[in-house]
Ligand binder design. Structure first.
Ligand SMILES: [Zn+2]
Length: 418
């Protein structure tokens, strides 16, 4: 059944009447039953250009994944452990946990920001979830199964291309093993959806724990970029540097190295997390621009620097906006006040992305479109433009981009106008 512009406006008005423009994706479960949410869920979206490994599968699907993998145990501290090296006393499989009375909601409390203690520093809890769930893809076989599920999920919500932020830890061999597991997952997904594409943005970290690893992560990124192919194109097409901006080292620490890596590996593109900060005033966006980024990760605080905003506009740099994440991590609770609404109005290209959906919502990406549709009062045509941007600004070769655009135009026509 199609949807007219007028019906879209009505769904939006009804949603605003019930929930306003400030809602919580883990607490206000009613939003998922609204006609507007349901419509946005089935709407063909194109790509998700900013999603972090391994924080994608919603918690009920993560629980299901663990049920199917008894080689993963859960410690009494809610930490996932791979059984290989052994696990602490009291660790249980997911089947045992559920059999002994734990529920999906218990896991949701411990594995999402909903469980963060009042008054604490949210990022501590948030990074703690990565520590708790970090072993979920310990082996290549687990990576393959996890990402097969991830990509089939995306396929089910009208996303045909995923750009996954992934660090490649360990030796070069470990890095290749993980990358090849991504490719096997992609091949499995292509049995259902032959057109699906996956590219990886290989990440380094800028916090104190990861810093000594930075060079190794970047070496692995370059190594995988030149050695792993999905049969149609290179798997790794860009790099990024991640972590909480307010408590990590500045990008300044990595600027020289990043510029050198990009200069020495010409096909590699660059997108950097910058301007995702509560403190506000810092140099991160300016440094990212100096590094000649192709896209800007978040850029939330760009409004604080009018000259840089003008530069982003003039250079046509695309901003990866993740509204659900921004709300979950406390940067902006009321979506009508999200600064990217103004960036979009000024003509800066914007894409809507999910960031760390597993730990921040009940679903992936649909909520991000909901947040901006309602918060920025977007027309159906404007939402369509955002979907189109997600293809236009993807790190894909021209032929693949054209094919994806054709698929999406056709899917949009099918879903919206019939
Ligand atoms: Zn991110």
């Amino acid at each position: 059944m199609g949807v007219t512009a007028q019906q879209f406006e009505q769904m939006k008005a009804d949603f605003r009447a019930s929930f306003g423009t400030e809602f919580d994706f883990l607490r206000d479960k009613g939003i998922y039953d609204t006609p507007l949410y349901k419509f946005l869920e089935r709407m063909p979206k194109g790509s998700d250009l900013h999603a972090h490994a391994d924080a994608i599968l919603p918690i009920e699907l993560q629980v299901e994944f663990l049920l199917d993998h008894p080689e993963l145990l859960i410690t009494p501290e809610w930490q996932i452990r791979y059984i290989g090296p052994g696990a602490p006393y009291g660790s249980r499989t997911m089947k045992e946990c559920l059999g002994e009375g734990l529920t999906v909601e218990d896991f949701r409390r411990h594995w999402t920001v909903a469980g963060a203690p009042e008054g604490g520093y949210l990022w501590d809890w948030f990074e703690g979830i990565f520590t708790k769930c970090g072993a979920i893809c310990t082996t290549p076989a687990l990576v393959q199964d996890y990402y097969t599920r991830v990509m089939l999920y995306y396929h089910s919500i009208g996303v045909e291309h995923l750009e996954l932020r992934s660090p490649f830890f360990g030796s070069r061999e470990d890095a290749i093993a993980r990358a090849e597991a991504y490719v096997r997952a992609l091949k499995a997904v292509r049995e259902t959806d032959p057109a699906f594409t996956l590219t990886v943005v290989a990440c380094g970290g800028k916090n104190d724990v990861w810093d000594p690893l930075f060079d190794q992560l970047m070496d692995n990124a370059v190594w995988v970029a030149s050695h792993v192919h999905d049969g149609r194109s290179e798997l790794v097409r860009a790099i990024d540097i991640v972590n909480d901006e307010d408590r990590s080292y500045s990008l300044a620490r990595y600027e020289e190295r990043v510029r050198r890596i990009i200069a020495e590996n010409p096909p590699l593109r660059l997108t950097l997390h910058a301007g995702e900060s509560l403190r506000g005033e810092n140099e991160e966006i300016a440094i990212a621009l100096r590094c000649d980024i192709d896209r800007l990760g978040h850029g939330f605080n760009l409004y604080r620097y009018p000259a840089l905003e003008q530069e982003v506009l003039e250079r046509g740099i695309c901003m990866e906006i993740c509204p659900v994440s921004n709300a979950a991590l406390g940067y902006c609770r009321d979506f009508s006040k999200h600064p990217a609404a103004e960036y979009m109005k000024r003509g800066i290209p914007i894409v809507i992305c999910s960031d760390d959906a597993a730990y921040q919502a009940y679903s992936v990406l649909t909520g991000d479109y909901l947040a901006v549709t309602v918060g920025w009062d977007l027309t159906l045509e404007q939402v369509r433009g955002l979907c189109r941007n997600s293809i236009e600004y993807a790190f894909l070769g021209p032929a693949r981009k054209k094919a994806l655009m054709n698929w999406w135009e056709n899917a949009w026509e099918q879903t919206l106008n019939k």
